[in-house]
Design a protein around this ligand. Structure first.
Ligand code: GKR
Ligand code: MG
Length: 429
């Protein structure tokens, strides 16, 4: 068996995304993703997926070149490659951005997001070469299915008139009744039994009413609300007080570790985050201050599946829960999330996934949620097959784009409907 990497292919794509609202704006009609392929000397091909904006692509290109001649089994070596590439790539050598819905964006996080795409592709290829599922390469599964939660969004019925977009059949959800109707559809279509509402869109009282309506419609089901740090400490505490009896957890109510710690000190409602603990460097302060009770890992920005396992071990050690964050992603990433989640002991909260919102995929067969769960594949690698024609078509859309869709920008998308829109300051309420 020859595990030497002989070719690496990067395919940026644009995939359809419905008009989902968040505190920064609205999703664009198409969103970028990057599909990574590594091929071995034995012609085994492994697939990975990561964020697809230009800054990721620019880092992935020199990274890809450096992988030729290395072994797909050399997963630790990927981090050294990332360091070499980043040193050469001066544009990402400092702080990249302090905002965003996924916490502070540092050069380190950008690098790790790129590593994750290659790590998953290498694991997929290695598994296929050895005839083993990825979960076996990660130490073996401790469950046969992984539970996901319905990811509810306030949304418009469609993208603004005149904007090229795919249609979706979810309808609008702009008030409590709309949110409940959406939740019913999620339950009907996928069997989800826990529900998360993306908040930070409307004044807190309206979102409290929506969660109350969910609690009435689905008594006893786990509920979460995530305003992406849009609230002050006082507002967060008021919402926690009002919804404490029905929330499984409150996700990133306020921005930053200090504010989260203040909220945590004032409420018994557990706090989850995918914004203030997004790198290993952020753990000590947040855990030391008791700022979060559940960390939502995103294997993309934590640097892959093995780093996700390490994060889970640290959380376990400190008595902090772990689950998974999701951003617009396709089936390759859902398969990767499912494989690693299958290996994590003590996964007590259903993972997030945007996948139901993505009507397009690059797989020959979409992954299926049954009873809100994805079965853990025991097939070699990730257990998914890529449809080359779909991949080509979605890449063509990316290649043809001249409208700025290659960078996800929710505020710019909102300005199409509301020309005066600026990203709201924080706290917004
Ligand atoms: O896609 O609108 C969105 C989400 O708000 C996403 O950007 C967040 O990163 O899903 C994420 C979250 O849980 O915060
Ligand atoms: Mg979140």
């Amino acid at each position: 068996m020859n595990l030497t990497i002989t070719d690496v292919r990067l395919t940026p794509i644009l995939v359809a995304d419905p008009p989902l609202l968040n505190t920064q704006g609205v999703h664009q009609p198409y969103t970028p993703r990057l599909i990574v392929e590594v091929e071995t000397a034995d012609a085994v091909v492994g697939f990975g997926e990561t964020y697809g904006d230009t800054k990721y692509l620019e880092l992935a290109r020199p990274f890809a070149e450096k992988l030729i001649g290395r072994q797909v089994s050399d997963l630790n070596g990927l981090f050294a490659v990332a360091d070499e590439v980043a040193v050469a790539e001066t544009r990402v050598s400092g702080q990249v951005d302090v905002g965003g819905l996924r916490g502070v964006q540092t050069a380190d996080k950008l690098r790790l997001s790129v590593v994750s795409g290659f790590e998953v592709a290498c694991l997929d290829a290695l598994g296929k070469a050895l005839g083993l599922p990825v979960h076996a390469l990660l130490g073996g599964k401790v469950r046969d299915a992984v539970e996901y939660s319905a990811y509810l969004f306030y949304k418009w019925a469609g993208h603004p008139a005149g904007v090229a977009a795919e249609k979706d059949d979810w309808g609008a959800a702009l008030d409590p009744a709309g949110v409940v109707a959406q939740a019913r559809l999620f339950k009907e279509r996928y069997g989800f039994t826990s529900f998360k509402l993306k908040g930070g869109v409307f004044p807190p009282d309206e979102e409290i009413a929506a969660v109350r309506a969910l609690a009435e419609a689905f008594p006893g089901h786990p509920l979460r609300l995530d305003p992406n740090g849009a609230w002050s400490v006082a507002t967060s505490l008021r919402v926690a007080e009002e919804l404490g009896d029905v929330l499984e957890y409150l996700e990133d109510p306020a921005l930053g570790t200090s504010a989260m710690a203040e909220v945590a000190a004032g409420t018994g409602v557990p706090l989850a985050t995918n914004m203030c603990v997004t790198t290993f460097a952020e753990i000590a302060e947040a855990f030391g201050k008791g700022a979060v009770q559940v960390v939502l890992s995103d294997h993309h920005y934590w640097g892959g599946l093995r780093n996700t396992q390490q994060l889970a071990a640290i959380c376990r050690t400190f008595g902090v829960g772990v689950s998974m964050h999701s951003n617009t992603h396709l089936g390759i990433s859902l398969a990767a999330m499912t494989q690693v989640a299958a290996t994590v002991p003590g996964l007590h909260h259903a993972c997030d996934s945007h996948y139901p919102w993505q009507s397009e995929d690059v797989l020959t067969e979409r992954l299926v949620f049954e009873g809100g769960k994805v079965a853990v594949s025991d097939a070699p690698g990730l257990g998914v097959e890529v449809d080359r024609e779909r991949l080509r078509a979605l890449h063509q859309r990316w290649a043809d784009d001249d409208g700025g869709l290659r960078e996800r920008d929710d505020a710019a998308a909102m300005r199409v409907a509301e020309p005066g829109w600026v990203t709201p300051g924080v706290p917004r309420w």
